[in-house]
Unconditional design. Structure first.
Length: 208
């Protein structure tokens, strides 16, 4: 029963991501930035972020705007790891015997078996993909919690640093703070491709 409840949670995450948009809550975010209770609000935002489907970069930019680069980077990195645990747990306990989740689990297991838990997760994080499917795939693929935390930390590092840097340089917080430079996107794809190139090469040799 627990595994099927987790499957429902995964489906709920996907629906929430489609319905909730951060621009609709932009006014409330700006109010929260000026509040003395911002640290408490920030913890709550990281907790519900997966349910809303908001990008991690949005909260990283908020952290950068409020705390600056030096303090903001470690805070935002800790938040990036913590906020990824819910979809990871949902994927780990989702039913593996259904048609949809069974294929998802099988595909996740094959990917992480081939790429390795740490390298596979770092590559998936570096590529400009939505964080929730990556976290859920890591859980479904049997990635250990320690490797998940380390892979998330390393893979999210450039995105977090970029978003915190953008947020820290703003005079007034805007939604543009969540838009990272194209160089980051291209660089992430290149590094992710380089990490997975040996895996792809071994797979091609095995087929031949």
């Amino acid at each position: 029963m627990k595994r099927y409840a987790a499957g429902v949670a995964v489906a709920a995450l996907l629906v929430a991501a489609a319905l909730a948009r951060p621009d609709r809550a932009f006014g409330a975010l700006r109010v929260a930035l000026a509040s003395p209770w911002f640290p408490v609000v920030l913890v709550g935002l990281y907790a519900v972020r997966p349910l809303l489907g908001w990008p991690i970069s949005l909260l990283s930019a908020l952290v950068g705007f409020r705390y600056g680069l030096l303090v903001g980077v470690p805070v935002a990195l800790a938040g990036a790891v913590a906020t990824s645990l819910l979809p990871y747990a949902a994927g780990r306990y989702a039913p593996a015997d259904g048609r949809l989740f069974g294929r998802f689990s099988d595909g996740s297991e094959r990917y992480f078996d081939a790429a390795g838990p740490l390298r596979g997760l770092v590559a998936a994080r570096l590529a400009p993909t939505h964080p929730e499917p990556v976290s859920a795939a890591a859980g479904a693929g049997g990635v250990p919690l320690r490797a998940f935390a380390a892979g998330t930390l390393l893979g999210e590092l450039p995105w977090v640093v970029g978003a915190v840097a953008v947020g820290s340089g703003l005079d007034a917080f805007t939604m543009a703070a969540t838009d990272l430079d194209t160089v980051y996107v291209v660089g992430g794809l290149v590094v992710a491709g380089a990490l997975l190139a040996p895996v792809a090469h071994r797979a091609l040799r095995a087929r031949r």
